[in-house]
Unconditional design. Structure first.
Length: 180
């Protein structure tokens, strides 16, 4: 199934989980954790193979996941897994988890920002950047950084739908493209 199709099929399940979690005390964070665990488990090669086994019934597929994570899942989440299994949607768990996190971030007015730089970014610069981005985006910023020495200098800032490339390598590539 194409990625757009996966998203389309997974979206109603993510919305249902989000809607249910909104009505529960500490539901958003609890469901976030449970769906992340389920998504990670379903994405492993071993579990993918087990869930693709045509000899397993839907109930048995659900039982595999529930038994694996039983201590980490509450009863409503176990029921959610059973419904997904009944509808043949367990392989969508990674996508459902991702969509759920997007809904949660929109609700909480947060955005994940990844900064890639040629050198380590110190805490003071991280704070300044997070503050500037919070003003610009009108959201709380969850900032993560990584180092890529191939950038030569500068930074690349990524959010869900925006990429700001202020790296030396990016500028050189734009110049080369303009000259060709």
């Amino acid at each position: 199934m194409a990625e757009a199709e996966l998203t389309t099929v997974a979206r109603p399940y993510a919305r249902a989980a989000f809607s249910f979690a909104m009505d529960q005390q500490d539901g958003l964070s609890g469901w976030s954790r449970m769906l992340a665990l389920l998504g990670a488990a379903a994405a492993t090669d071993v579990l993918e193979a087990a869930l693709d086994n045509p000899q397993l019934s839907h109930e048995q597929e659900a039982a595999v996941l529930i038994d694996l994570l039983s201590d980490e899942l509450n009863e409503p989440c176990k029921n959610f897994v059973r419904i997904l299994a009944e509808n043949g949607r367990l392989p969508l768990l990674p996508e459902i988890s991702e969509l759920y996190e997007n809904l949660k971030a929109q609700y909480e007015k947060t955005v994940d920002v990844e900064v890639t730089s040629a050198f380590e970014v110190d805490e003071a610069d991280k704070d300044k950047l997070a503050e500037a981005l919070a003003k610009r985006l009108q959201k709380q910023i969850d900032l993560s950084t990584q180092v890529d020495q191939n950038l030569l200098g500068g930074v690349i800032i990524r959010t869900d739908d925006t990429v700001i490339d202020h790296s030396v390598r990016g500028k050189l590539e734009k110049l080369a493209h303009a000259l060709s």
